[in-house]
Ligand binder design. Sequence first.
Ligand SMILES: Cc1ncc(COP(=O)(O)O)c(C=O)c1O
Length: 388
Amino acid sequence: MGKNNNIVGWDEYTRSYGGREIRTINPTIQSGSTVLFEHFEDMQLALEGEYPGVDYGTHGLSTQKAFEEAMCEIENGHASYAFPSGISAITNTLMAFTKSGDEILLCDNVYGPTASFCHKILTKYNVKITHIESNIGAEISHYINENTRLIFLESPGSNTFEIQDISAIVKIAKKAGIISIIDNSWATPLFLKPLDLGIDISIQSVTKYICGHSDVLIGCSTVNEKYAAEFAEYFHTVENYANPHDCYQALRGLRTLKVRLEAHQKSAYEVARWLESQEIVDSVIHPGLESHPQHNLWKRDFTGASGLFAFTFKDSYSTETIALFANSLKMFGFGFSWGGFKSLLTARPYKRDGKWVHDGKHLVRLSIGLEDTDDLIADLKNSFTKLQ
Ligand SMILES: Cc1ncc(COP(=O)(O)O)c(C=O)c1O
């Protein structure tokens, strides 16, 4: 062995200098696989599954815990778990609470990959998937049978924006002993507190508004006390892992969520109201507008609206004509996801169960970013000329 090969010592790193602790406002990014036990006996406890602390990196270190604790507080939950993406939070939560022979009631407007996971993966394990209307309320009782294990909602749906009657659904679910889960990414826990309304698990694609800069993929599930132990067992067995750098970014995003979300809300309302006044526009589908079919439910449960909504044109334009309009836009990027500082657009027709009146028409979905609202409106106005 040569000399000076001991660069990698095995002393743990301390956070002090000049005899003083180094303190910052934000948590440090603690990254690691091995967690050192203070005493040999602690390691024995860990081997017996009795160690009260974190015994390995996959259980989440201090940065993950800081993020999860902040999420839990804002969701009014019992425990929160970070996942490497929103879809990972969804699929893992569904896995945690289903077994062979169960039936899931899946709202028809859920995020496409959520439905794909149910149909392509859960069915392999003999879980039955039944779609329920996107605007469902107390009628959910018609779908419930002895195998119904959970109800999965997305309100509003992130493409077609129907609202479900959470209180009516929860009342029936609780009576029947069925778990209720909601994808709450559109409103974030700032504008909707699902657990306060009786939902058992609230899921966030933190990727969206909480991170807010389109540069991180991360998800989070927050569970109430009733289902916390079952979820904890799943989580610690599967050893899912969201990396500390992403949790740090997510926690940082959470600090400024309120100001950003209010700016998204204000600008989106202005764009939506302007669209409503345009001759070529048919419907503006935004839960915060009086014209939305479930606006009263939205007003009852939500304290605000984010910046994602859609509109349709009066004419049923072909994809080629929609492309003429879209390609002349300067301010809107074409891309999936939403909730970031840059405005984005998608456009495609949707089919839905329930009272859906836009069949066959392209739904133009806008994620209103943090640009100047007048610039966004001017851009849309200019591009509308391509359709006239
Ligand atoms: C409503 C909704 N839920 C979940 C997801 C998945 O989130 P992620 O992109 O973090 O996997 C998306 C992504 O677009 C979404 O729109």
